[in-house]
Write a protein of this length. Structure first.
Ligand code: GRF
Length: 202
């Protein structure tokens, strides 16, 4: 049966665009059922509409986190979503959302976790002076950027880099890594032992 993905975003949506392109190219055997944003003006929504994908805006002001997350979970369950992909969704998700979708939520983070969790990860890495950073696709649990790691890609930090040039190269790595990780998770061809996401031996 065709798997159904939901993408949650708050802004630009370049990772969503990369996922949508990979779906269209047949690299991800699934369809994008809905793109959800907490911000009505998120540019990623315009791209989704242009692709004919359903969009849903769920603003959060005035709603408790638990109520918001329950409403979000209900919307996705109503659309029979199999996998939730966070792509620049600028909200922490509480147990009200994480529990019903346990093991079925992915996030992409612009550093090699567990280094530099939280906001401005590229700037954190740049200012720390690491020589290698990158991106991480991980399962989402109830912590901050803390679930089991599916895939990482390394990006060297160059002497000539600025935060902006480094961020741009990390973003290119994200656009390759996220579709690969989604395809792996949708294939079901992995097991989780402790924190380790393992591929079966070929
Ligand atoms: C990316 O850097 C991603 O790693 C982080 O938020 C940013 C989203 O960018 N979680 P975009 O909206 O996908 O362009």
């Amino acid at each position: 049966m065709n798997k159904r993905i939901a993408v949650l975003l708050s802004g630009r949506g370049s990772n969503f665009a990369a996922i949508a392109a990979a779906v269209n190219a047949g690299l991800i055997p699934a369809s994008i059922a809905v793109v959800v944003s907490n911000r009505a003006g998120a540019p990623g929504l315009d791209h989704a509409r242009a692709l004919g994908i359903e969009t849903l805006v769920l603003p959060s002001p005035g709603i408790t986190r638990a109520d918001y997350d329950s409403a979000l979970a209900a919307e996705l369950q109503a659309r029979s979503v199999d996998l939730v992909c966070l792509a620049g969704f600028m909200r922490l998700l509480s147990p009200s959302f994480v529990r019903p979708f346990a093991g079925r939520i992915l996030n992409i983070h612009p550093s090699l976790l567990p280094a530099f969790p939280g906001l401005d990860a590229q700037k954190q890495a740049f200012e720390y002076g690491v020589r290698i950073t990158g991106c991480t696709v991980h399962f989402v649990d109830e912590g901050l950027d803390s679930g089991p790691i599916v895939l990482q890609a390394a990006v060297p930090v160059l002497d000539t880099d600025t935060v902006e040039s480094l961020s741009a190269r990390i973003l290119e790595a994200e656009h390759r890594a996220y579709p690969q990780a989604i395809a792996l998770v949708l294939s079901g061809n992995y097991s989780i032992e402790g924190r380790r996401v393992l591929r079966p031996k070929q």
